[in-house]
Write a protein that binds this ligand. Structure first.
Ligand code: UT7
Length: 334
């Protein structure tokens, strides 16, 4: 691939998403866990989440369907893509990557493909990486998808974790544009690996950090120190939005939508209050889908895009944070 020397921007052509049809409600969870609908709703804002049927659905099928719908919305064919990036931490296989399977299934014969792991921050990481690659001149058109089937790594005997998560995928098709001011105009891609143990999934006993051995840990399942992650999320949420606004000299009024990872409704509400964000510009769907990790920001983007709430010519801001610990923001001139 050759390098295009003229500065270029990135156009968001269209979006797509996919969720499994089966719903797991708080009332369903009441039957298998020592919990109540009231507790879950009060602490998280969640009423229901979508859960894969393990025999038929998973991260790969959700990601594939989301990209397929995004291509359709963008009026582009799979063969037009020259790269697919799939952000996920629940890939069925690490070899091949989920992105490779998507290219095979959809017929994206010209595309390179790789998975990216940044937990709940994955979709925003992938959008920033894709924007940078297109601006480099080496890529023309990239399919980005965030997908997680969290139900496959949640222990449904652990009430402190299982109530929070659901399964979903959200995708976007990005294309080179002659206007360099279009696309990502400011981004944060950050991590603090020293705090990884607040949210992790150990596969082997060796991975269990000192001090945690006494807690009952089922290998292969997500482990979370909820209160610590909550504190981290509230702090980072505010920091990255304030930093993004100040770096771009935008005010909340200039921004069409703040598209935030759906971690917990209380985290989103706290940010709205502390930063003073206009409530109608912060989309919330956690009540219906729970926290779908890398799927959540793309799913929100697709809902807003299809509802006509992402007008061209105005900036939107994507924000996410999660395991790693990782966090990311992206200011987009749409
Ligand atoms: O996507 C990024 C990753 N994750 C997040 O962003 C999640 C961030 N954290 C959270 O959302 C919240 O910490 C949770 C929703 C996970 C938990 O809410 P919390 O208000 O932090 O509850 P807690 O863990 O402090 O527990 C409070 C009490 C405890 O009882 P005691 O010790 O006060 O008697 C828990 O045992 O609530 C109890 N509890 C429950 N009770 C009923 C914990 N889980 C449940 C439950 N149902 N499901």
């Amino acid at each position: 691939m050759t390098h295009a020397s003229a500065p270029r921007g990135v156009r968001l052509l269209g979006t797509g998403s996919a969720v499994p049809p089966a719903e797991l409600t708080n009332k369903d969870l009441e039957k298998i866990l020592d919990t109540t609908d009231e507790w879950i709703h009060q602490r998280t804002g969640i009423t229901a989440r979508r859960i894969c049927d393990p025999g038929r659905e998973g991260t790969y099928t959700l990601a594939r369907d989301a990209v397929s719908r995004a291509l359709e919305a963008s009026k582009r064919r799979a063969e037009d893509l020259d790269l697919v990036i799939c952000a996920t931490c629940t890939a069925e296989m690490t070899c091949p990557s989920t992105a490779c399977r998507i290219t095979g299934a959809l017929g994206a014969t010209r595309a390179g493909a790789f998975d990216l792991t940044a937990a709940c921050s994955g979709f925003v990481y992938a959008m920033n990486v894709a924007d940078t690659l297109i601006r480099s001149g080496r890529f023309q058109r990239i399919g980005v998808v965030g997908a997680d089937a969290m139900s496959t790594m949640v222990d449904y005997t652990d009430r402190s974790v299982s109530i929070l998560f659901g399964d979903a995928a959200g995708a976007a098709i990005l294309e080179a544009d002659p206007d360099p001011s279009r696309g990502c105009i400011h981004q944060t891609l950050s991590a603090d690996g020293s705090d990884w143990r607040t949210l992790y999934m150990p596969r082997r006993c060796q991975e269990i950090p000192p001090g945690e051995e006494s807690n009952p840990i089922r290998l292969g399942y997500l482990r979370m120190h909820g209160r610590e992650v909550f504190r981290f999320a509230v702090t980072k949420f505010r920091e990255v939005i304030e930093e993004a606004l100040s770096a771009t000299k935008l005010t909340p009024d200039d921004v069409s939508q703040f598209i935030c990872h759906q971690s917990n409704r209380r985290i989103i509400e706290t940010a709205i209050e502390k930063i003073g964000l206009p409530r109608d510009k912060v989309h919330v769907n956690i009540d219906r889908y729970g926290n779908s990790s890398a799927g959540s920001v793309g799913l929100c983007l697709d809902e807003l895009w299809r509802a006509g709430k992402i007008p061209q010519g105005r900036p939107m801001i994507l924000v996410a944070f999660g395991g790693g610990l990782t966090w990311a923001s992206s200011v987009w001139n749409v």
